[in-house]
Design a protein around this ligand. Sequence first.
Ligand code: FES
Ligand code: FE2
Length: 402
Amino acid sequence: MNAHDKSFVEGSALTAEELAMLNRPTCEAQGLPGRAYYDPAIFELERQRIFAAGWVGIGFASDVPNVGDVVPVSVAGWELILVRAKDNSIKCYHNICRHRGMKLVKEKGNVRTIRCSYHCWTYGLEGNLLATPSIGGANEGQAPGFDPSDLSLVSVRTGQYLDVVFANLDGSAEELETYLAPVRERIESTFDFKLLKPTPPGTGRGSRNFAVNWKVVLEGGIEDYHLPFVHKSFDHSKDYSTEMCGETYSGFSSRRSLSEAQKRYSTKAADGHELPFFPKMVETGVAETVVLFVFPATIISCTPNYVSLSLQLPLGPELTHYTSKTYFIGDSATSDEYKKLREENTIYWKQVLDEDDGPWREVQKMARNREEVGIPSRFSPHWEVALHNFQKTVASKLSATK
Ligand code: FES
Ligand SMILES: [Fe+2]
Protein backbone atom coordinates (compact mmCIF):
# COMPACT_ATOMS: atom_id res chain seq x y z
CA MET A 1 0.00 0.00 0.00
CA ASN A 2 0.99 3.58 -0.50
CA ALA A 3 3.41 4.87 2.10
CA HIS A 4 1.73 8.24 2.50
CA ASP A 5 -1.65 6.81 3.44
CA LYS A 6 -1.48 6.91 7.20
CA SER A 7 -4.99 6.96 8.55
CA PHE A 8 -6.39 3.59 7.59
CA VAL A 9 -9.59 2.53 9.21
CA GLU A 10 -8.58 -0.44 11.32
CA GLY A 11 -8.46 -3.57 9.16
CA SER A 12 -9.32 -1.56 6.04
CA ALA A 13 -7.67 -1.21 2.65
CA LEU A 14 -8.92 2.37 2.38
CA THR A 15 -8.26 5.46 4.44
CA ALA A 16 -11.02 7.12 6.41
CA GLU A 17 -10.90 10.03 3.98
CA GLU A 18 -11.15 7.78 0.94
CA LEU A 19 -14.16 6.04 2.42
CA ALA A 20 -15.82 9.34 3.27
CA MET A 21 -15.22 10.71 -0.23
CA LEU A 22 -16.54 7.54 -1.85
CA ASN A 23 -19.69 7.69 0.21
CA ARG A 24 -20.64 11.21 -0.86
CA PRO A 25 -23.47 11.75 -3.40
CA THR A 26 -22.55 10.40 -6.85
CA CYS A 27 -21.96 13.82 -8.41
CA GLU A 28 -19.34 14.67 -5.75
CA ALA A 29 -18.03 11.23 -4.84
CA GLN A 30 -14.48 10.10 -5.50
CA GLY A 31 -13.96 6.54 -6.70
CA LEU A 32 -11.66 3.80 -5.48
CA PRO A 33 -7.98 4.77 -5.44
CA GLY A 34 -5.59 3.51 -8.14
CA ARG A 35 -3.96 0.93 -5.86
CA ALA A 36 -7.30 -0.90 -5.52
CA TYR A 37 -6.63 -2.17 -9.06
CA TYR A 38 -3.17 -3.68 -8.57
CA ASP A 39 -2.06 -3.86 -4.94
CA PRO A 40 -1.56 -7.54 -3.95
CA ALA A 41 -2.50 -6.71 -0.34
CA ILE A 42 -5.87 -5.34 -1.45
CA PHE A 43 -6.35 -8.33 -3.76
CA GLU A 44 -5.72 -10.60 -0.79
CA LEU A 45 -8.41 -8.80 1.21
CA GLU A 46 -10.82 -9.15 -1.73
CA ARG A 47 -9.96 -12.83 -1.93
CA GLN A 48 -10.97 -13.39 1.66
CA ARG A 49 -13.73 -10.89 2.26
CA ILE A 50 -15.43 -10.92 -1.15
CA PHE A 51 -14.59 -14.12 -3.01
CA ALA A 52 -14.49 -16.48 -0.01
CA ALA A 53 -17.13 -14.88 2.20
CA GLY A 54 -20.03 -14.46 -0.22
CA TRP A 55 -21.71 -16.32 -3.07
CA VAL A 56 -19.62 -16.19 -6.25
CA GLY A 57 -20.62 -17.44 -9.70
CA ILE A 58 -17.82 -19.85 -10.61
CA GLY A 59 -19.06 -21.87 -13.57
CA PHE A 60 -21.93 -23.17 -15.64
CA ALA A 61 -23.96 -26.30 -14.99
CA SER A 62 -24.05 -26.85 -18.74
CA ASP A 63 -20.24 -27.24 -18.69
CA VAL A 64 -20.66 -30.49 -16.75
CA PRO A 65 -23.74 -32.05 -18.36
CA ASN A 66 -22.87 -35.73 -17.92
CA VAL A 67 -22.01 -37.88 -14.93
CA GLY A 68 -18.22 -37.86 -14.57
CA ASP A 69 -17.72 -34.47 -16.21
CA VAL A 70 -15.08 -32.45 -14.38
CA VAL A 71 -13.86 -28.93 -14.91
CA PRO A 72 -11.17 -27.07 -12.97
CA VAL A 73 -12.00 -23.52 -11.87
CA SER A 74 -9.63 -20.87 -10.59
CA VAL A 75 -11.15 -17.90 -8.83
CA ALA A 76 -9.14 -15.32 -6.91
CA GLY A 77 -6.46 -17.87 -6.07
CA TRP A 78 -8.94 -20.56 -4.98
CA GLU A 79 -8.46 -23.73 -7.00
CA LEU A 80 -11.68 -25.70 -7.33
CA ILE A 81 -13.21 -28.58 -9.30
CA LEU A 82 -16.78 -28.80 -10.52
CA VAL A 83 -17.96 -32.39 -10.85
CA ARG A 84 -21.19 -33.97 -12.08
CA ALA A 85 -21.65 -36.74 -9.51
CA LYS A 86 -23.40 -40.10 -9.94
CA ASP A 87 -26.68 -38.80 -8.53
CA ASN A 88 -26.55 -36.06 -11.19
CA SER A 89 -25.90 -33.33 -8.64
CA ILE A 90 -23.07 -30.85 -9.13
CA LYS A 91 -20.33 -31.02 -6.53
CA CYS A 92 -17.54 -28.57 -5.94
CA TYR A 93 -14.29 -29.55 -4.22
CA HIS A 94 -11.01 -27.85 -3.50
CA ASN A 95 -8.75 -29.07 -6.32
CA ILE A 96 -6.17 -30.30 -3.81
CA CYS A 97 -5.00 -33.85 -3.26
CA ARG A 98 -5.24 -34.94 0.36
CA HIS A 99 -1.77 -36.56 0.16
CA ARG A 100 0.82 -33.90 -0.68
CA GLY A 101 -1.48 -31.23 -2.06
CA MET A 102 -1.04 -31.77 -5.78
CA LYS A 103 -3.54 -30.04 -8.06
CA LEU A 104 -5.83 -32.87 -9.06
CA VAL A 105 -7.78 -31.83 -12.15
CA LYS A 106 -5.88 -29.78 -14.69
CA GLU A 107 -8.30 -29.80 -17.59
CA LYS A 108 -11.89 -30.36 -18.51
CA GLY A 109 -12.81 -33.99 -19.10
CA ASN A 110 -15.00 -36.94 -18.33
CA VAL A 111 -13.71 -39.40 -15.75
CA ARG A 112 -14.86 -42.38 -13.69
CA THR A 113 -12.60 -41.41 -10.82
CA ILE A 114 -10.39 -38.46 -9.99
CA ARG A 115 -6.83 -39.69 -9.87
CA CYS A 116 -3.86 -37.68 -8.67
CA SER A 117 -0.98 -37.72 -11.12
CA TYR A 118 1.67 -37.75 -8.37
CA HIS A 119 1.19 -40.92 -6.23
CA CYS A 120 -2.10 -42.03 -7.77
CA TRP A 121 -4.43 -41.50 -4.84
CA THR A 122 -7.84 -41.96 -6.41
CA TYR A 123 -11.12 -40.33 -5.43
CA GLY A 124 -14.73 -41.08 -6.36
CA LEU A 125 -16.99 -38.49 -7.96
CA GLU A 126 -18.53 -38.07 -4.49
CA GLY A 127 -15.10 -37.05 -3.21
CA ASN A 128 -14.33 -40.19 -1.18
CA LEU A 129 -10.78 -41.54 -1.22
CA LEU A 130 -11.10 -44.88 -3.00
CA ALA A 131 -7.54 -46.04 -3.45
CA THR A 132 -4.03 -45.32 -2.22
CA PRO A 133 -1.91 -47.62 -4.42
CA SER A 134 1.20 -49.04 -2.77
CA ILE A 135 0.81 -46.92 0.36
CA GLY A 136 1.87 -49.85 2.52
CA GLY A 137 4.68 -51.12 0.23
CA ALA A 138 4.95 -52.46 -3.32
CA ASN A 139 1.45 -53.38 -4.50
CA GLU A 140 0.13 -52.95 -0.97
CA GLY A 141 -2.78 -50.52 -1.14
CA GLN A 142 -3.33 -50.32 2.62
CA ALA A 143 -1.10 -49.49 5.53
CA PRO A 144 -1.58 -50.39 9.19
CA GLY A 145 -3.07 -47.47 11.09
CA PHE A 146 -3.78 -45.45 7.95
CA ASP A 147 -7.48 -44.61 7.62
CA PRO A 148 -8.60 -43.31 4.21
CA SER A 149 -12.18 -42.70 5.34
CA ASP A 150 -11.57 -39.18 6.61
CA LEU A 151 -9.49 -38.14 3.60
CA SER A 152 -12.26 -37.23 1.17
CA LEU A 153 -11.86 -34.22 -1.07
CA VAL A 154 -12.79 -31.05 0.76
CA SER A 155 -16.23 -29.89 -0.35
CA VAL A 156 -17.29 -26.35 -1.10
CA ARG A 157 -20.85 -25.16 -0.54
CA THR A 158 -22.64 -24.64 -3.86
CA GLY A 159 -25.96 -23.58 -5.30
CA GLN A 160 -27.34 -22.89 -8.75
CA TYR A 161 -29.42 -20.16 -10.39
CA LEU A 162 -30.22 -20.38 -14.09
CA ASP A 163 -27.12 -22.03 -15.53
CA VAL A 164 -24.71 -20.45 -13.05
CA VAL A 165 -23.11 -22.53 -10.32
CA PHE A 166 -22.39 -20.37 -7.28
CA ALA A 167 -19.92 -21.24 -4.54
CA ASN A 168 -19.54 -19.96 -1.01
CA LEU A 169 -16.06 -20.93 0.08
CA ASP A 170 -16.19 -20.09 3.76
CA GLY A 171 -19.68 -21.58 4.20
CA SER A 172 -20.90 -18.56 6.16
CA ALA A 173 -23.08 -16.75 3.59
CA GLU A 174 -26.86 -16.60 3.86
CA GLU A 175 -28.84 -19.10 1.75
CA LEU A 176 -28.28 -18.54 -1.98
CA GLU A 177 -32.03 -18.35 -2.51
CA THR A 178 -32.25 -15.53 0.01
CA TYR A 179 -29.28 -13.73 -1.53
CA LEU A 180 -30.72 -13.91 -5.04
CA ALA A 181 -34.36 -13.16 -4.14
CA PRO A 182 -34.16 -9.49 -5.26
CA VAL A 183 -32.52 -10.53 -8.54
CA ARG A 184 -35.29 -12.99 -9.31
CA GLU A 185 -37.91 -10.47 -8.35
CA ARG A 186 -36.50 -7.92 -10.76
CA ILE A 187 -36.13 -10.06 -13.87
CA GLU A 188 -38.35 -13.11 -13.77
CA SER A 189 -41.62 -11.31 -14.47
CA THR A 190 -40.22 -9.81 -17.69
CA PHE A 191 -37.95 -12.55 -18.97
CA ASP A 192 -39.36 -16.04 -19.18
CA PHE A 193 -36.24 -18.10 -18.58
CA LYS A 194 -38.11 -21.35 -19.18
CA LEU A 195 -38.08 -20.54 -22.89
CA LEU A 196 -34.30 -20.35 -23.08
CA LYS A 197 -31.92 -22.96 -24.35
CA PRO A 198 -28.13 -22.89 -24.39
CA THR A 199 -26.50 -22.42 -27.77
CA PRO A 200 -24.04 -24.89 -29.30
CA PRO A 201 -20.40 -24.56 -28.12
CA GLY A 202 -18.54 -21.68 -29.72
CA THR A 203 -21.57 -19.40 -29.85
CA GLY A 204 -21.91 -16.31 -27.70
CA ARG A 205 -19.33 -14.08 -26.11
CA GLY A 206 -17.02 -16.98 -25.27
CA SER A 207 -14.14 -17.07 -22.83
CA ARG A 208 -11.01 -14.95 -22.78
CA ASN A 209 -8.54 -13.37 -20.40
CA PHE A 210 -8.25 -9.64 -19.88
CA ALA A 211 -4.95 -8.34 -18.53
CA VAL A 212 -6.68 -6.05 -16.05
CA ASN A 213 -8.11 -6.15 -12.53
CA TRP A 214 -11.54 -7.81 -12.29
CA LYS A 215 -13.12 -4.48 -11.26
CA VAL A 216 -11.94 -2.82 -14.49
CA VAL A 217 -13.84 -5.44 -16.52
CA LEU A 218 -16.92 -5.14 -14.36
CA GLU A 219 -16.90 -1.35 -14.31
CA GLY A 220 -16.42 -1.38 -18.08
CA GLY A 221 -19.75 -3.13 -18.50
CA ILE A 222 -21.80 -1.52 -15.79
CA GLU A 223 -22.17 1.86 -17.46
CA ASP A 224 -23.57 2.85 -20.84
CA TYR A 225 -21.73 6.18 -20.73
CA HIS A 226 -18.84 5.02 -22.95
CA LEU A 227 -20.97 3.31 -25.59
CA PRO A 228 -21.00 5.76 -28.51
CA PHE A 229 -17.40 6.81 -27.81
CA VAL A 230 -15.93 3.31 -27.83
CA HIS A 231 -18.36 1.05 -29.69
CA LYS A 232 -19.26 1.34 -33.36
CA SER A 233 -22.61 -0.35 -32.92
CA PHE A 234 -24.03 1.42 -29.87
CA ASP A 235 -25.53 4.81 -29.21
CA HIS A 236 -26.79 6.19 -25.90
CA SER A 237 -30.09 4.85 -24.64
CA LYS A 238 -32.67 7.59 -24.21
CA ASP A 239 -34.75 5.59 -21.75
CA TYR A 240 -32.04 4.46 -19.34
CA SER A 241 -32.47 3.63 -15.67
CA THR A 242 -30.18 2.61 -12.89
CA GLU A 243 -30.95 -0.77 -11.36
CA MET A 244 -29.71 -1.30 -7.83
CA CYS A 245 -30.46 -3.37 -4.79
CA GLY A 246 -28.12 -2.66 -1.90
CA GLU A 247 -25.07 -4.89 -1.95
CA THR A 248 -26.79 -7.62 -4.02
CA TYR A 249 -26.74 -6.06 -7.45
CA SER A 250 -25.99 -2.94 -9.45
CA GLY A 251 -26.90 -2.50 -13.10
CA PHE A 252 -29.05 -0.72 -15.62
CA SER A 253 -32.05 -1.13 -17.83
CA SER A 254 -33.21 0.50 -21.04
CA ARG A 255 -36.31 0.43 -23.20
CA ARG A 256 -36.87 1.00 -26.90
CA SER A 257 -39.20 -0.07 -29.69
CA LEU A 258 -38.92 -3.61 -31.03
CA SER A 259 -37.37 -2.44 -34.30
CA GLU A 260 -34.81 -0.24 -32.55
CA ALA A 261 -33.91 -3.20 -30.35
CA GLN A 262 -33.35 -5.42 -33.39
CA LYS A 263 -30.95 -2.86 -34.76
CA ARG A 264 -29.11 -2.37 -31.50
CA TYR A 265 -28.61 -6.06 -30.73
CA SER A 266 -28.18 -7.16 -34.33
CA THR A 267 -30.99 -9.69 -34.16
CA LYS A 268 -32.43 -9.23 -37.65
CA ALA A 269 -30.51 -10.64 -40.60
CA ALA A 270 -30.27 -9.04 -44.04
CA ASP A 271 -32.43 -11.85 -45.42
CA GLY A 272 -35.28 -10.84 -43.10
CA HIS A 273 -34.79 -13.61 -40.55
CA GLU A 274 -35.19 -12.35 -37.02
CA LEU A 275 -34.66 -13.77 -33.56
CA PRO A 276 -37.90 -14.18 -31.62
CA PHE A 277 -38.64 -11.74 -28.79
CA PHE A 278 -39.69 -12.70 -25.28
CA PRO A 279 -43.52 -12.87 -25.33
CA LYS A 280 -43.81 -9.98 -22.84
CA MET A 281 -42.06 -7.66 -25.34
CA VAL A 282 -44.39 -8.59 -28.16
CA GLU A 283 -47.35 -8.07 -25.87
CA THR A 284 -46.31 -4.58 -24.80
CA GLY A 285 -44.43 -3.49 -27.95
CA VAL A 286 -41.60 -2.32 -25.70
CA ALA A 287 -38.28 -4.10 -25.81
CA GLU A 288 -36.60 -4.02 -22.43
CA THR A 289 -33.02 -4.81 -21.57
CA VAL A 290 -32.03 -5.41 -17.96
CA VAL A 291 -28.41 -6.04 -17.03
CA LEU A 292 -27.74 -6.98 -13.43
CA PHE A 293 -24.24 -7.21 -12.02
CA VAL A 294 -24.77 -9.58 -9.15
CA PHE A 295 -22.08 -8.87 -6.59
CA PRO A 296 -19.28 -9.60 -6.90
CA ALA A 297 -18.80 -10.67 -10.50
CA THR A 298 -21.75 -12.46 -12.14
CA ILE A 299 -23.53 -10.59 -14.91
CA ILE A 300 -27.05 -11.50 -15.93
CA SER A 301 -27.66 -9.69 -19.17
CA CYS A 302 -31.26 -9.96 -20.35
CA THR A 303 -31.95 -8.55 -23.81
CA PRO A 304 -35.29 -8.73 -25.65
CA ASN A 305 -34.14 -11.79 -27.67
CA TYR A 306 -31.53 -13.59 -25.61
CA VAL A 307 -29.84 -13.77 -22.24
CA SER A 308 -26.12 -13.91 -21.55
CA LEU A 309 -24.62 -15.06 -18.29
CA SER A 310 -21.07 -13.89 -17.75
CA LEU A 311 -18.58 -14.56 -14.99
CA GLN A 312 -15.46 -12.64 -14.17
CA LEU A 313 -13.00 -14.82 -12.38
CA PRO A 314 -9.93 -13.00 -11.03
CA LEU A 315 -6.72 -14.90 -11.76
CA GLY A 316 -4.54 -12.32 -10.03
CA PRO A 317 -4.60 -8.59 -9.20
CA GLU A 318 -4.10 -7.75 -12.89
CA LEU A 319 -5.55 -10.70 -14.77
CA THR A 320 -9.18 -11.69 -15.17
CA HIS A 321 -10.78 -14.66 -16.86
CA TYR A 322 -14.04 -13.72 -18.54
CA THR A 323 -16.42 -16.49 -19.52
CA SER A 324 -19.88 -16.08 -20.92
CA LYS A 325 -22.73 -18.13 -22.34
CA THR A 326 -25.66 -17.01 -24.41
CA TYR A 327 -29.13 -18.55 -24.37
CA PHE A 328 -31.68 -17.91 -27.09
CA ILE A 329 -35.42 -18.39 -27.09
CA GLY A 330 -36.73 -21.83 -28.14
CA ASP A 331 -35.65 -23.01 -31.57
CA SER A 332 -33.53 -19.95 -32.21
CA ALA A 333 -30.95 -21.49 -29.83
CA THR A 334 -30.24 -24.54 -31.92
CA SER A 335 -31.99 -24.71 -35.29
CA ASP A 336 -30.05 -24.23 -38.51
CA GLU A 337 -32.47 -21.58 -39.64
CA TYR A 338 -31.04 -19.24 -36.99
CA LYS A 339 -27.42 -20.32 -37.30
CA LYS A 340 -26.35 -17.23 -39.19
CA LEU A 341 -27.98 -14.90 -36.68
CA ARG A 342 -26.30 -16.74 -33.82
CA GLU A 343 -22.95 -16.47 -35.59
CA GLU A 344 -23.51 -12.77 -36.19
CA ASN A 345 -24.30 -12.36 -32.51
CA THR A 346 -20.99 -14.03 -31.62
CA ILE A 347 -19.02 -11.80 -33.99
CA TYR A 348 -20.87 -8.74 -32.74
CA TRP A 349 -20.03 -9.35 -29.08
CA LYS A 350 -16.45 -10.31 -29.85
CA GLN A 351 -16.05 -6.94 -31.53
CA VAL A 352 -17.63 -5.15 -28.56
CA LEU A 353 -15.19 -6.83 -26.14
CA ASP A 354 -12.24 -6.15 -28.46
CA GLU A 355 -13.23 -2.49 -28.46
CA ASP A 356 -13.41 -2.48 -24.65
CA ASP A 357 -10.05 -4.17 -24.21
CA GLY A 358 -7.97 -1.12 -25.29
CA PRO A 359 -9.44 1.42 -22.85
CA TRP A 360 -9.46 -1.17 -20.05
CA ARG A 361 -5.73 -1.82 -20.51
CA GLU A 362 -5.00 1.92 -20.49
CA VAL A 363 -7.00 2.43 -17.30
CA GLN A 364 -5.19 -0.52 -15.70
CA LYS A 365 -1.80 0.79 -16.76
CA MET A 366 -2.56 4.27 -15.44
CA ALA A 367 -3.73 3.01 -12.03
CA ARG A 368 -0.19 3.18 -10.58
CA ASN A 369 0.39 6.64 -11.90
CA ARG A 370 -3.01 7.74 -10.63
CA GLU A 371 -2.15 6.37 -7.18
CA GLU A 372 1.25 8.13 -7.14
CA VAL A 373 -0.21 11.47 -8.12
CA GLY A 374 -3.24 10.98 -5.87
CA ILE A 375 -5.94 11.45 -8.52
CA PRO A 376 -9.26 9.88 -7.60
CA SER A 377 -11.78 8.79 -10.24
CA ARG A 378 -15.21 10.45 -10.53
CA PHE A 379 -18.71 9.41 -11.63
CA SER A 380 -21.37 10.63 -14.03
CA PRO A 381 -24.48 11.14 -11.90
CA HIS A 382 -26.63 10.06 -14.86
CA TRP A 383 -24.82 6.96 -16.14
CA GLU A 384 -22.70 5.75 -13.26
CA VAL A 385 -24.88 5.59 -10.17
CA ALA A 386 -24.76 1.77 -10.32
CA LEU A 387 -21.01 1.80 -10.83
CA HIS A 388 -20.77 4.01 -7.76
CA ASN A 389 -22.95 1.54 -5.85
CA PHE A 390 -20.65 -1.30 -6.91
CA GLN A 391 -17.58 0.56 -5.66
CA LYS A 392 -19.30 1.37 -2.37
CA THR A 393 -20.08 -2.33 -1.97
CA VAL A 394 -16.43 -3.27 -2.63
CA ALA A 395 -15.32 -0.60 -0.14
CA SER A 396 -17.73 -1.78 2.52
CA LYS A 397 -16.33 -5.32 2.25
CA LEU A 398 -12.74 -4.05 2.27
CA SER A 399 -13.26 -1.85 5.28
CA ALA A 400 -15.38 -4.17 7.37
CA THR A 401 -13.49 -5.54 10.32
CA LYS A 402 -13.82 -9.26 10.46
S1 FES B 1 0.11 -35.66 -3.97
FE1 FES B 1 -1.63 -36.70 -4.69
S2 FES B 1 -1.13 -38.75 -4.45
FE2 FES B 1 0.60 -37.76 -3.70
FE1 FE2 C 1 -18.09 -1.50 -23.62
